[in-house]
Write a protein that binds this ligand. Sequence first.
Ligand code: KIV
Length: 277
Amino acid sequence: MRFTIGQIKEMREKGKIIPMLTAYDYATAKMIDESGVPLILVGDSLGMVVLGYESTIPVTLEEMLHHTKAVVRGTKRALVVGDMPFMTYHASIGEALHNAARFIQEAGAQAVKLEGGEAMAEVVHRVVQCGIPVMGHIGLTPQSIHQLSGFKVQGKTPDAAIRLLKDARALADAGVFSIVLEAIPTALARVITQKVNVPTIGIGAGPYCDGQVQVISDILGLFTDFVPKHAKQYARLADMIKKAVADYVDEVQNGSFPTEKQSHSIDESVLADLQRE
Ligand code: KIV
């Protein structure tokens, strides 16, 4: 049985902090799932950490669906959230509903995430009305980096802080089951968490949220173009992979790989026949 949105909300009520991680492929999702993580986000960070784009803006719906399917195949317990990419929920409510439905029906996700606050409340409400759980996302919303003038901490001025609280309330009223708070001051995240009645999941928003989300490639030290300030590396897989690849290249070139152990034998009589040919 997978985690449900009811169980995620219950975790907040019981004061149990909610861990969430991103995943983009079958094998990694399987490991995260087997580690007991209740929420997996197939984030559009896919574009940067897996596909090599400079931002999340070029990520397409087809790319997101493709990777969401792989993550769903790799998981049994986690609730999988598919991230709706740039401009797939803005043009009309009909398009937003149609695209959200594709994550659930085609890709097998249990929920979708979309960026934006009060301005997205109507879309959220309609998607939720169709029976699709929605996770909100406010603060630094990477799909709006041009509007935000870059990857910057949000909510630092009194007006901006009040705006974000209003956004969070509007999303909660519209029916989201949780809200990602990205790159906002710790004290603001704490107030929002106290004042809204759905779980907040922070990234770069300090320790007082109901949950925390990280990009898997950041915490594993797999993505090395840059390390975000909010990330902690629990492993340095990029270094380990480079060392393993270098060892493989050495062994292939010096003839010590493959050995008999990695080879297949053939019957002596077949070999003898072969030699006579
Ligand atoms: O795309 C993503 O990975 C995200 C998380 C950082 C919340 O939106």
